[in-house]
Design a protein around this ligand. Structure first.
Ligand SMILES: Cc1cc2nc3c(=O)[nH]c(=O)nc-3n(C[C@H](O)[C@H](O)[C@H](O)COP(=O)(O)OP(=O)(O)OC[C@H]3O[C@@H](n4cnc5c(N)ncnc54)[C@H](O)[C@@H]3O)c2cc1C
Length: 260
């Protein structure tokens, strides 16, 4: 029997810096002892990439420079990179979330974000379940009779799947190819609301854009819920890169510097 579920985001991976290799590369250019006070590897890599543009690791690398340094990493990123909309520098670091119990309504909308993203979604062709888990929107909860319709739809979907399982005898099949084709056929009568899972990787420039678009009051309830979860975790883990991001009274995560 399927159940009502809430989506949840797990931060499972992020870009790491190889500090020895970074030092080695700088030494190759004659720079000894450059260091960043960035709090995360993403902060350091962003500063490194930004400084590589003007060769501002050391005064001797660019004859136009009269001084280098002087700004902490946080100011360099928020004022120098984000404030000036040099957002491409934020693309060097990525963060991966495992988004669990998200409906296909949500995943269909998320995969529209093409720039700087990567996705891997539960296969409706390979993975068969007799249960249809679902998120219940608040708009529906407000109407008890509508909740009954949702519940009935869930039960009917499961009954229909059970009938197809019975008719085809898929449980006893050993031909995995046929099982796969049948599973793929069965999913056609399951609604978009079915919960499944998605691994989503994006660079920080893309995350900022996706969060802004998908926590907007104009976005759908479930995608707002899961992207607010992502936004909160990113803000906590990367306080410098998301320093200009705040949650407003409407639950939108908004940026002082929109779409960098
Ligand atoms: C509230 C809401 C309602 C929506 N309603 C609908 C709807 O009714 N129907 C529908 O089809 N979609 C709808 N969408 C999806 C929307 O149109 C976009 O496809 C989706 O939000 C992806 O965002 P993006 O275009 O910024 O792309 P992303 O891939 O996130 O790209 C980020 C930015 O990179 C640039 N970029 C990316 N790709 C290109 C390119 N090929 N060429 C030039 N520049 C590029 C653009 O500046 C873009 O904004 C809706 C989205 C929201 C948030």
């Amino acid at each position: 029997m399927g159940k009502l579920v809430f989506p949840r985001a797990f931060l499972i991976a992020e870009t790491k810096v190889d500090y020895a290799a970074m030092d080695h590369a700088l030494l190759h250019l004659g720079v000894d002892g450059w260091a960043s006070d960035g709090g995360t590897d993403a902060d350091v890599l962003t500063e490194f990439a930004g400084k590589s543009c003007y060769m501002s690791f050391d005064k001797n690398l660019n004859l136009n420079l009269t001084k280098v340094g002087g700004r902490p990493n946080s100011a360099y990123i928020q004022d120098g990179i984000i404030g000036n909309k040099h957002g491409s520098v934020l693309e060097h670091s990525t963060v991966t979330f495992f988004l669990t119990n998200v409906s296909r309504v949500v995943t269909h909308e998320l995969v529209r974000h093409r720039a700087g993203t990567a996705f891997s979604q539960t296969s409706g062709r390979y993975v068969r379940s007799n249960d249809v888990d679902m998120f219940l929107p608040k708009e529906i909860v407000a109407f008890p009779d509508a909740v009954s319709v949702f519940y009935r739809a869930m039960c009917e979907m499961e009954e229909n799947i059970a009938e197809l399982v019975e008719i085809t005898g898929i449980e006893d099949m050993t031909d995995f190819g046929l099982k796969k084709r049948l599973t793929s056929a069965f999913r056609r009568i399951i609604g978009n609301g079915q919960a499944n899972h998605l691994v989503m990787t994006a660079n920080h420039r893309a995350w900022r854009h996706v969060i802004e678009m998908r926590t907007s009051v104009h976005a759908e309830e479930e995608i707002r819920y899961i992207m607010a979860d992502v936004a909160g975790q990113l803000k906590e883990r990367f306080p410098t890169i998301y320093a200009d991001m705040t949650e407003n009274a409407d639950g939108e995560w908004v940026f002082a510097h929109s779409k960098v």
